[in-house]
Design a protein around this ligand. Structure first.
Ligand code: NAP
Length: 273
């Protein structure tokens, strides 16, 4: 299955879905996960020096046996790396990955000690050498972008940010600023957070079904449901351990539902056709 691409401001094309080696895989051997992803049709792989697993990312790429030209491989500069060490750190990453270049090299987080401009110059240098086909940033605010853009010879291609509905209001100005100042494309991490993290006020993740059941229960109704699967039945029963949705979460679900009237059962109840 081929994944659509998006064109960056330097003309390169990026597959719009990436599999990352951080969060769940942070600090862990990701070779099997990466091999599986590539075998499923993933071509865009998002690594980072800080994840401590670039060698296994490289092993997964090798095991999958896909031509290099079919893959889009990203790594990120470890937070705290000095400008003078940018190139050696990337060369080290390339050795671990078993690659001659990465498709995209990002500053993982902005340094706010006055050195971000010189770090960006070092990023431009590895780009000029062809060690990174595209360069960009991550977790940069508008102010962080303003710290590098006026003297940048290469405009960052990408700003990788947490993007999902719960942060959209806060993140939209950064997305807009980047778009309007050199055509910086944003990539998102944490996109599933509303599903898997936001309601998670316990050690266990909360499933969409549990959120819907909580919503029903907090409306004062009880739940009549069905399942032929043991795992689902247990998931339903676990709803009693899920903390209450907040008033804002309930309102957000109400608002989303109010956008359309869509019933699935008997029409006599609501008097619609
Ligand atoms: N630049 C940065 O600072 C930064 C920060 C964070 C992350 N990242 C990058 O973004 C990548 C993805 O990060 P993310 O974890 O934040 O992505 P995400 O899309 O928010 O979440 C992916 C996780 O959701 C789980 N999941 C999917 N559907 C689910 C469901 N219905 N119920 C329960 N769990 C479900 C998956 O678990 P299963 O494995 O069980 O399917 C997976 O672990 C990282 O690997 C990293 O490369 C970058």
């Amino acid at each position: 299955m081929s994944v659509p691409t998006i064109k960056l401001n330097d003309g390169s094309e990026v597959p719009v879905i990436a599999i990352g080696t951080g969060t769940a895989l942070f600090g862990r051997d990701c070779a099997n996960a990466i091999q599986l992803a590539i075998e499923c049709g993933v071509t865009h792989l998002d690594g980072a020096q800080a994840y401590g697993n670039e060698a296994s990312l490289g092993a997964g790429i090798k095991a999958a046996g896909k031509p290099r030209s079919d893959l889009y491989v990203v790594t990120k500069l470890k937070p705290g790396t000095k400008a003078a060490d940018v190139k050696s750190s990337l060369v080290d990453s390339l050795n671990k990955l078993g690659l001659d270049f990465v498709d995209l090299f990002l500053i993982h987080t902005p340094s706010r000690d006055g050195t971000v401009q010189e770090i960006w110059q070092a990023m431009e240098a590895v780009h000029a050498e062809g060690l990174a086909k595209s360069i960009g940033v991550s977790n940069f605010t508008v102010d962080d972008l303003k710290a590098i853009l006026p003297r940048a010879k290469v405009i960052p291609s990408v700003n990788q940010l947490e993007i999902h509905p719960y942060v959209w209001k806060a993140v939209e100005p950064i997305v807009k600023y980047g778009r309007e100042n050199g055509g910086i494309t944003c990539s998102s991490f944490g996109g599933l957070s509303p599903l898997i993290r936001a309601p998670r006020r316990t050690r266990r993740p909360v499933t969409p079904a549990q959120v819907l059941f909580k919503w029903i229960l907090q409306k004062g109704a009880f739940v009549v449901t069905t399942s032929s699967k043991e795992a689902r039945i247990k998931e339903y029963l676990e709803v009693s351990h899920v903390p209450d949705l907040t008033a804002e979460e309930i309102q957000a679900i109400d608002n989303a539902g109010a956008k359309q009237h869509k019933r699935f059962f008997g029409k006599q109840i609501f008097g619609d056709s």
